[in-house]
Write a protein that binds this ligand. Sequence first.
Ligand code: UN1
Length: 503
Amino acid sequence: MLDLSNPKGLYIGGQAVQTDGQNFLCKSCIDGQVLATISAANSDDVDRAIEKAHKAFEAWRLVPAPARGEFVRRFGNQLRKHKIDLAQIVTMEAGKISSEAMGEVQEMIDICDFAVGLSRQLYGLTIASERPLHRMMEQWHPIGVVGVISAFNFPVAVWAWNAAIAFVCGDSVVWKPSEKTSLCAIACQQILQSVVAESADLNVPKDLSCVVLGDGNVGEALTANSRVPLVSATGSVRMGKRVAQVVGARLGRSLLELGGNNAMIVTPTAEIELAIRAIIFSAFGTCGQRCTTLRRLIVHRSLFDGLLKKLCSISQTLPVGDPREKGILIGPLIDKQSYDAMQLAIQTAIAQGGIVVGGDRIIDGVPQGGYYVKPAVIAISASAEVLQHETFAPILYCMAYDSLDEAMAIQNGVSQGLSSAIFTSDVREAESFLASTGSDCGIANVNIGTSGAEIGGAFGGEKETGGGRESGSDSWKAYMRRTTNTINYSRELPLAQGVNFDF
Ligand code: UN1
């Protein structure tokens, strides 16, 4: 059923619209093969989609939340049916190995299940009024069109985190995916539209979901439009700063999930075999292209040499290659730009005293035209400047520490604050890491790697990571507007704070 043969730059509900923006190529990062050419949406197209989505919102907010949940339940079921074909498109465009691509679709299914339950739990508080025969309460109302900007590395799940929650909250969605994974977005839209088409009984407005394709200009038009009360953006710090600026200038709301630069501390009481498994997956899985990827390993000096040696040897034997092949654990980088950034980071690390194992390009035994690399392990001083920057590639910087306070200072000593972990069997160390004086990240784990979070928790981080929270817990509140209501059922009009205003 998924048909990617004639992709367009604009999807308004089920309607694919031919646009006349600049052409861009959809490529497979497996071998650089051109999969399609799309003419991008221009700013008028984006405005049009937003207008349609706004109309859809006006109808959708009248549908009871549990019925909206029923729609999302059907979407989750449809995703179950399409799990394999959607995962294959993720593999084709983003280069994920099959197990990770399937895992990504599973995240979509999981968030749908979560959102279905949530659709009966959009609770507001009742509050004791200070005035007699008065009652206070809060309600959560749908907010409007939610603009979603997503990155290439989670080309389907991040949209679903936003969309499934937005839909049960009574919002409509306009999605601007990374232009590197446009086909993934079109496939998602098709799956969703098949559910819309079969949900007449739920009064689902046909333009509930729109997709606008193209480069940063498309994102710019989406963020600038004041019909979009919330923009949820995932990507680089540079992009996030721009979104914050444009949305902030019109006093809209933005939910940002930006760079990571995540660290793990390995203490002397760590179960080292577990730690190694967590390090290898977190650092090199997804070819180092998760925002939760482990980038900085902070190891107690007593363990440093032994652990480094093991990591160097394991990392160099990990099977790298065509992600469609059985047994391959690491697929390609997304593109040449990404490869160049990796090489630049490695050269910078060397110039700053780093000792490197791996990191070079693999040419033999992999599809030509893709950028395949050996994971890089770099022993380096904790004070090296290169550690301040996140490079979206499989590079693991390793450094030694002497005291836990020092390790914590290293861990927190960067401008990003997404994910963090400690491996320890010492309850004092674990609790210190989780305490207010410990990790300053949005995610802090014990005896688990930095990546691969479950959807049930709130996902996001502090500092330059942007402060937003998506996915589980009470993240839904960002997708609604809160009203506080005071109701007087007396025959008097007492003023709050005892104020007299008799006339
Ligand atoms: C991302 O890289 O933008 O925790 C999201 C994880 C995944 C989500 C990552 N569940 O690694």
